[in-house]
Ligand binder design. Structure first.
Ligand code: ADP
Length: 535
């Protein structure tokens, strides 16, 4: 067996020790200190240092580790580090070294320096110094140092690679965390390994509990029938070759709220197609889904509601036109009256729809003037009273000096007509319909009260929503689009007012809304606190 000289054996041992350190710890300074300690020892030097190029690409060398040179005197070596190793003559390097020696009082007489190169990229320089003047570094020394330089270069690139990965990981983590959408990462067994803040808000699950659990349990997307589609219909399993499978459905978050969500998956697969996991992007689309449902309702309501008067008109017109029948003047008049009424109703409904779409497109344009609410109420009530039978009794309750309001006359006529028409529609047994108001400091409060079927408390808010109709017997018997109160509310709110209902089932309902008083009236009424209407 070949006997290695003692120093070769030691070099081997050291190199082994260094490579163990490189693989065991990713603390770069620790490894570099070890390299320079060992290199100085092996080369019988007195001191040494390792300098690295800054990662910002400026090309500047900075000392990272040293032996026999305390950090306070590292700045003294800057003139040496500034010299490009391969481009300046050795004499110049030695000259600069002597100057540093003089300045610092250190014994720096001989020097050997080698670049740290990894994959043809220079990452730094290793320097070893000797104090003795007459012992120059040999070619053997250079060869030995080369081995250490290579190790140091590997350590530097490993550490930088690791730091780069770490930075990238932190960046990704920040992006995921800041994302407005819910993001979660699943492993190959569909267990959650990462769960961002938006996901916590969406589901109500804290990440500490969600992580480690199957996504089908935490998210539990279900269809309208309550079936957990994560278990029965997981898109990642159903469409294994799809790029970005998507699923939509309901989730019940921990507060018990039902949300409609869309979950989009980015599956990750191994080289042979094995499922490694997926990133899920979860978005709350409850609003959009609601809009979509409204669109569907809209179409079905429109087709149903508009078709009814059209078929009545068509039926009457067809009957009256029959050549084989002779109608009495009275029957003819009755038929034409129905046609006229239905045509009016159709026109009203079309107007409602136009108003709604105009309102949704960009708000209502109001023509604001000062006028008298009691006068408008009287006018509208007269119109209704003429059409109603004796089961209904109308009462107007306003103080004589009711102050003028500042509002759009035609729009408020519509509000009042809607409320009175509902009061009639939802009072199948008739009764008193009271319309009145009172003035407060800046506002008029007006009401329309009936003695009809009433509205259960849980419906008091919902009835003002678009297309909403309470599901009761009358819903099937009375015609309506569920747009009236929505429009009414939109008009009142466009005036800066408020509308609400007070009601008891079986006893009747009272709809109240506010409108701004005319400006000059406000100042006057402040001096006259008696300006109140009767109830
Ligand atoms: P529509 O009358 O066309 O159904 P509205 O938007 O005017 O639509 O009213 C929404 C729902 O509110 C009605 O379907 C009805 O159930 C309820 N509602 C409105 N006004 C009254 C009232 N005065 N009494 C009882 N229920 C009412």
């Amino acid at each position: 067996m070949l006997e290695l000289p003692d120093h070769r054996l030691r070099q081997r041992e050291y190199l082994l020790q260094i490579s163990r350190a490189i693989t065991a710890q990713l603390d770069l300074t620790g490894v570099l200190n070890l390299v320079i300690d060992v290199a100085v020892e092996m080369l019988a030097g007195t001191s040494g240092l390792i300098a690295l190029y800054d990662e910002d690409g400026s090309g500047e060398l900075r000392v990272y580790a040293s032996t026999g040179l305390p950090p306070e005197i590292w700045p003294a070596f800057t003139p040496l580090l500034d010299l490009p190793l391969r481009q300046v003559p050795r004499e110049m390097l030695i000259h600069v070294l002597r100057t540093i020696a003089t300045d610092t009082g250190l014994a720096l007489r001989q020097m050997i320096a080698l670049p740290l190169t990894f994959h043809d990229t220079s990452v730094g320089v290793i320097y070893v110094f000797r104090a003795a003047l007459n012992v120059a570094f040999s070619a053997d020394d250079e060869q030995m140092l080369q081995a250490f330089a290579t190790q140091a270069a590997i350590a530097v690139s490993n550490a930088r690679l690791y730091q780069g990965v770490l930075r990238e990981k932190q960046r990704l983590h920040a992006i995921i965390e800041q994302s407005a959408d819910g993001v979660m990462i699943l492993d190959s067994r569909w267990r959650i390994t990462s769960f961002n803040q938006a996901m916590e808000q969406l589901t109500g699950w804290p990440r500490s509990e969600a992580i480690g659990r199957p996504c089908a349990e935490v998210l539990g997307i279900h269809n309208a029938q309550g079936v957990n589609i994560c278990l029965t219909d997981c898109p990642l399993q159903r469409h294994p070759h799809e790029h970005n499978p998507v699923v939509e459905g309901w989730i019940t978050n921990r507060d018990g709220r039902e949300l409609y969500i869309q979950s989009r998956y980015a599956p990750q697969r191994g080289p042979r197609g094995a499922f490694l996991g997926a990133i899920a992007n979860v978005r709350d689309i409850t609003e959009q889904n609601h809009e979509k449902e409204l669109q569907n309702t809209f179409i079905s309501v429109i087709s149903h509601e508009l078709k009814t008067p059209v078929s009545i008109i068509k039926g009457y017109a067809g009957t009256l036109r029959r050549k084989d029948a002779h109608w009495s003047a009275e029957t003819l008049d009755d038929g034409l009256r129905v046609i006229e009424e239905e045509a009016d109703r159709l026109a009203d409904q079309i107007q409602d729809l136009l108003d709604v779409s105009r309102f949704l497109a960009g708000g209502l344009h109001l023509e604001l003037t000062d006028w008298s609410l009691p006068m408008l109420a009287r006018e509208v009530v007269q119109g209704f009273a003429a059409q109603c039978d004796e089961r209904f009794e109308f009462e107007l309750r306003f103080a004589d000096d009711f102050p003028p309001v500042h509002a759009d006359y035609e729009r408020i006529r519509m509000v009042l007509s809607n409320l009175i028409s509902n009061a009639i529609k939802y009072s199948p047994d008739g009764g008193a319909i009271r319309i009145g108001g009172r003035a407060e400091e800046h506002t008029a409060i007006m009401y329309v009260a009936d003695q009809g079927i009433g509205i259960p408390p849980e419906e008091h808010q919902r009835i003002f929503q678009r297309f909403y109709r309470i599901d009761n017997r009358l819903r099937r018997e009375t015609q309506g689009t569920g747009l009236g109160l929505y429009l009414t509310k939109s008009i009142v709110e466009a005036h800066g007012g408020r509308i609400w209902v007070e009601s008891q089932v079986g006893r009747g309902s009272r709809f109240l809304f506010t409108l701004p008083l005319a400006h000059r009236q406000i100042t006057a009424s402040m001096h006259n606190p008696d300006t109140h209407g009767a109830e």
